[in-house]
Write a protein that binds this ligand. Structure first.
Ligand SMILES: Cc1cc2nc3c(=O)[nH]c(=O)nc-3n(C[C@H](O)[C@H](O)[C@H](O)COP(=O)(O)OP(=O)(O)OC[C@H]3O[C@@H](n4cnc5c(N)ncnc54)[C@H](O)[C@@H]3O)c2cc1C
Length: 303
């Protein structure tokens, strides 16, 4: 997410410092946008960045910060001014997450896992040279990044893999003495999702083609985000349906991260429900689907 912001809006020193580590995946980043009280209404964010010579002093809280506990750096939207309209007082800062004054506390999600965090900043000193673009120009970077994020959430590769897994699972699992894949109701649902994933793929390709021809992006990332996440949830739901009884055991150390616990049922069964539950968040993160529909209504239906 942050790479394109750095190469589109950053200076040469920032590009040289950060892009190689991002390309090699040596350096991991977290996204410090949302705050308690500033999610959908992101421009109301309050994390203060007060200038002190060649540093900003940061105070405030970021919330829902995915994988901050594994991150090396965090990019933050901060408030550098309360004078102008809210969007104009926001700057985009790159922060080394090991800087003194930053504390990271887990927020456990419905699947029982630690994906997200609350990140608290207390008198955190960040060099002014870590700011991307001009002071107060962070909203432009923020919107550019969000469009990329929403487009990336389409995540076609994962959906195609999920279709493959579903097909393999339905071949392995028996329903009434026959492979589940031969059950007409299940097979209809799977084919329906397959067709919808193809529809999403061609929609994305159409949008990418327009982008390659230099057309401006508007409502397109929102369409991709909404359809991508709706399909992600539908696929995870059908996966649980296919697992049937095998979805019921819900061990906390589910067959991943090197656990040698035997799985009950087909391979991957133990993660089915966790995946289903966590994918409920997909219509929330990256900007909720309700907000995306507002954006579409504004940009698409207005015309
Ligand atoms: C698993 C997960 C991971 C996340 N990771 C990150 C991250 O790494 N970094 C980060 O910065 N943020 C992250 N987020 C935060 C995410 O972007 C916000 O949760 C999201 O933008 C919604 O904000 P909110 O939670 O404050 O909900 P609110 O804005 O309070 O919304 C509550 C409800 O009201 C609805 N609503 C609000 N305003 C309107 C409106 N104008 N019209 C119609 N409906 C409306 C919303 O759609 C929603 O249903 C993550 C969230 C989750 C769940």
């Amino acid at each position: 997410m942050v790479g394109p912001v750095i190469y589109s809006f950053g200076n040469e020193a920032q590009k040289a410092q950060h892009l190689p580590g991002i390309l090699k995946s040596d350096v991991w980043w977290a996204q410090g946008y949302s705050e308690p009280g500033a999610g959908s209404d992101l421009a109301s964010l309050r994390m203060a960045a007060v200038r002190d010579g060649d540093h900003y002093i940061l105070n405030g809280t970021k919330l829902w910060t995915t994988m901050a506990h594994w991150a090396d750096w965090i990019f933050c939207l901060v408030r550098t001014s309360n004078e102008a309209k809210p969007q104009d007082g926001i700057s985009f800062l790159l922060v080394d997450i090991t800087t003194p004054g930053i504390s990271i506390d887990p927020v456990i999600t419905i699947d029982g896992e630690h994906h997200v965090n609350q990140v608290t900043f207390e008198d955190v000193r960040v060099p002014v040279e870590n700011r991307i673009g001009k002071e107060g120009a962070g909203w432009t970077c923020a919107k550019f990044l969000l469009a990329n994020e929403r487009q990336a959430i389409t995540d076609l590769g994962a959906k195609k893999r999920m279709l493959q897994r579903l097909r393999a699972l339905a071949t392995e699992i028996n329903a009434n003495g026959k492979p589940l894949l031969q059950d007409p109701d299940f097979s209809r649902k799977l084919t329906d999702l397959d067709i919808q994933v193809s529809g999403l793929e061609y929609t994305e390709l159409r949008f990418l083609d327009a982008q390659l021809r230099g057309e401006e992006r508007g409502f397109e990332p929102s369409i991709l985000k909404v359809r991508g996440t709706e399909l992600q949830q539908a696929l995870s739901e059908l996966y649980v349906e296919a697992l049937g009884y095998f979805a019921l055991p819900y061990p906390t150390n589910r067959g991943d991260h090197g656990s040698n616990m035997p799985e009950s049922g087909p391979q991957g069964a133990a993660n089915g429900v966790a995946h289903f539950l966590y994918s409920r968040a997909a219509t929330i993160y990256g900007g909720t689907n309700e907000i995306q529909k507002n954006i579409m209504a504004k940009l698409l239906l207005r015309a």
